[in-house]
Design a protein around this ligand. Structure first.
Ligand SMILES: [Zn+2]
Length: 341
């Protein structure tokens, strides 16, 4: 399988991650990508560099003021008295009508919805290259590849059109889906990351041309908490075009694969002509974030099921954190996908 990758992510190395009030080292480390790359290369997959598209792919799913914010945030934040090394706002316009402020502390609070998306001096460049990787991978599929894999970081599925969160800044899976729309009337996104793909859901919530389906740990007890519940099914013309399949924490392969069957039944009913897989590997039993307990065989079986749809498919890397199984799980997934064709 063709893989698109660039090492330009490496300087984006977020430090702060506040969990239940405790500050710890972010799980979203550069080594994730180098481990995934090594495993994929060892398994014989061919690696290509991304093409240069600049901000155009990101601009198809993100708002202009948000792109402007990400571009200047690290530099402007550093000018504030007593500013931390990374952009980490401590106040947000939660749930009530609010006004967009002009100063950086307020803009940061507006555009960053949690304490898991600190912005450092290299964040913008890395996030932008990740969208170029997603766009290049999509173009390989539009040009005739049955499938291709975007090995990108930072991940994207928690990023809304104008908000960062959960290690995500620009939504790579949404970029891929929107780009597929240039040739396909209906596109589906299946998100198998252990966390609900709330940003992706938010971007397409009122649309009937992109179906969003997510399988994840129950948000009553797991990040992102406020989104990913089963009753969230879309709005307006998008009503019925979003499906959430939450699972009890610690669920093993069998219920995860059953949810996969439900996801694929919904995709078949929608009858898309192209697919994006938001490929988080953090549902692994070995993942440090411990939401579900999926094995390597589980990843292989899920990939095989998804491939059996027979659709042109863009695989986009989402979460999946450092463990001895991270690279193996990717290889299990990619080989399962090829076996299911
Ligand atoms: Zn995740």
């Amino acid at each position: 399988m063709k893989i698109v990758y660039s090492d330009k992510h490496a300087q984006h190395d977020p430090q702060a991650f506040v969990v239940r009030g405790t500050k710890q080292r972010s799980s979203e480390q550069p080594e994730r990508a180098t481990r995934l790359l090594a495993a994929a290369t060892d398994a014989g997959h061919k690696v290509l560099p991304p093409r240069s598209y600049g901000e155009a792919p990101a601009a198809t799913v993100h708002r202009p003021e948000y792109l402007d914010f990400l571009k200047v945030a690290a530099r402007e934040w550093a000018k504030l008295p007593g500013a931390s090394p990374e952009v980490t706002p401590n106040v947000h316009p939660a749930r009530y009508p609010a006004t967009y402020p002009t100063g950086m502390a307020g803009r940061a609070g507006w555009h960053q919805f949690d304490l898991a998306c600190p912005i450092g001096p290299h964040t913008w460049d890395a996030a932008l290259v990740a969208t170029e990787i997603a766009a290049t991978t999509t173009d390989l599929v539009l040009e005739g590849a049955r499938e291709a894999y975007a090995l990108c970081r930072p991940p994207g599925h928690h990023a809304y059109s104008d908000m960062a969160g959960g290690f995500c800044f620009l939504n790579n899976s949404a970029v891929a889906a929107q780009r597929l729309r240039s040739k396909h009337q209906r596109v589906a996104i299946v998100d198998v990351d252990v966390h609900h793909g709330n940003g992706t859901q938010g971007i397409f919530f009122e649309r009937d041309d992109v179906l969003t389906v997510s399988i994840h740990a129950d948000p009553n007890f797991y990040y992102p908490y406020f989104w990913g519940h089963a009753h969230e099914s879309g709005a307006g013309k998008g009503q019925g075009f979003n499906l959430n399949l939450p699972l009890p924490l610690g669920s093993p392969d069998a219920p995860w694969l059953d949810a996969g069957d439900k996801a694929l039944a919904k995709v078949r009913e929608f009858a898309p002509t192209a697919l994006v897989v938001a490929l988080g590997l953090d549902a692994s039993e070995s993942d440090p974030l411990q939401g579900l307990k999926v094995t390597g065989a589980g990843f292989h079986a899920m990939a095989k099921k998804i491939a059996s749809l027979g659709l042109p498919t863009v695989l986009v890397q989402e979460g999946g954190y450092l463990s001895d199984d991270l690279g193996h799980n990717l290889v299990h997934f990619l080989s399962g996908f090829e076996a299911g064709r």
